[in-house]
Ligand binder design. Structure first.
Ligand code: GTP
Length: 359
């Protein structure tokens, strides 16, 4: 699936860069453009992808300090500049746009929904959000910001693929190291999903194509992505059990949103050398995903990849009823009530009482 990525805020920019690097390193070429947008100049300077500074007139390159209403406002004011920079990148071959952001901060949290809405208005291709939920130990402001941002993203985006920072615990010795490890893990999963939806000439019908990814996303508001891999034998007949156990692991312990299991639709992709992928195993694993998610719309297919391992990717669409989502929304609602009354323009993007009717 050929996509253009737009990272908003610090997490969004770093994740976008990690995705572009993974895509390049693997030789996939699914990512046709990558732009980082931020109100903090310093955050953009450390990136090697294209960048766009917004809100200079308001915050003079210093960021919005976790104020996501201000994040929404600066994006609104400078949308034209961002769109101008995207003009040459979103070409006719692009099949989707991903707006990537950490939902707990200011620039990404407030700016991403504004950008998604604007992109959806202008382009005919699907506009997705890739959003990072703050971990449980992050403060009330982060939870409230993420709740408000998510509320708007769900309304504006074709689908919101959520990644929970709590889904990966890293042994990195600093917060920066831990984030880098999380970003690499996310880039690998999302990068494989995007690449697996690329039409590859001369391969069999069982190979996943971009319409299957798009149609799976279409079935729900919030999506999660599971991943696991294992060493494989060269002979596909010996890999039936491995395919089943890897798919189970991807679904039960490897999702980007812990506990996400019931879904409205799902896509199982088994990646590895074509001669090592057992057809019977893929079909059995697909039926297992059907049983476990309770969805009757579970697509399955292969992704030829030159690797000694077999990997299973499970895209789950419509996971808003998961325990983690409900727990997060409850905390976001509580945190939102504790926030001081907003003095922003009532027509502004976020309204505090909106959270009460989420989902
Ligand atoms: N996975 C991941 N999460 C991150 C990273 N950096 C920050 N976060 C998370 O993202 C949220 C904060 O968002 P940032 O992207 O730092 O903030 P911002 O959008 O730049 O907004 P301001 O700094 O307020 O202008 C928090 O919940 C962090 O835990 C990162 O590199 N990777």
């Amino acid at each position: 699936m050929k996509v253009v990525l737009i990272g908003v805020g610090q997490a969004g920019g770093k994740l976008t860069q990690a995705l572009a690097e993974f895509d390049h390193r693997m030789g996939f070429d699914a990512i046709r453009g990558a732009l980082a947008v931020n109100s903090a100049k310093a955050d953009l300077q450390s990136l090697s992808i294209d960048t766009c500074l917004v809100g200079q007139a308001r915050v003079n390159g210093h960021g919005v300090g976790g104020d996501n209403e201000l994040g929404a406002e600066v994006m609104q004011e400078d949308t034209g500049e961002v769109m101008g920079q995207l003009d040459g990148q979103i070409t006719a071959e692009a099949e989707g746009i991903f707006v990537v952001a950490g939902l707990g901060g200011g620039t990404g949290s407030g700016g991403a929904p504004v950008l998604v809405r604007e992109l959806a208005r202008i382009y005919d291709i699907p506009v997705y959000a890739l959003g990072v939920l703050p971990g449980r130990d992050e403060g009330a402001m982060y939870q409230a910001n993420a709740g408000r941002s998510l509320k708007t993203l769900v309304r504006e985006a074709d689908s919101t693929l959520l990644v929970d920072n709590d889904a990966w615990h890293s042994s990195g010795d600093s917060v920066g190291d831990a984030f880098d490890a999380i970003n690499r893990a996310i880039a690998q999963r999302v990068g494989l999903l995007l690449a697996s939806g690329e039409a590859i000439e001369g391969v069999g019908e069982s190979v996943v194509d971009s319409s299957e990814v798009i149609n799976t996303f279409k079935e729900g508001d919030i999506a999660a992505l599971g991943y696991a891999s294992a060493a494989a034998s060269e002979d596909s007949a010996e890999n039936v059990t491995t395919t089943m156990s890897t798919a189970r692991q991807a679904l039960f312990t490897g999702t980007s949103l812990p506990d996400a299991r019931t879904a409205d639709a799902a896509l199982l992709v088994v990646a590895g050398r074509p001669e090592a992928i057992p057809r019977k195993g893929v079909e059995r694993a697909r039926r297992m995903v059907e049983d476990e998610t309770g969805s009757l719309q579970v697509r399955g297919g292969d992704f030829p990849l030159d690797s000694d391992r077999l990997a299973a990717l499970v895209l789950l669409s419509g996971v808003e009823r998961s325990d983690r989502m409900e727990e997060f929304m409850e905390r976001a609602r509580e945190a939102n009530e504790q926030q001081p009354e907003s003095d922003a323009d009532p027509a502004a993007q976020f309204q505090n009482d909106e959270l009460n009717d989420l989902f």
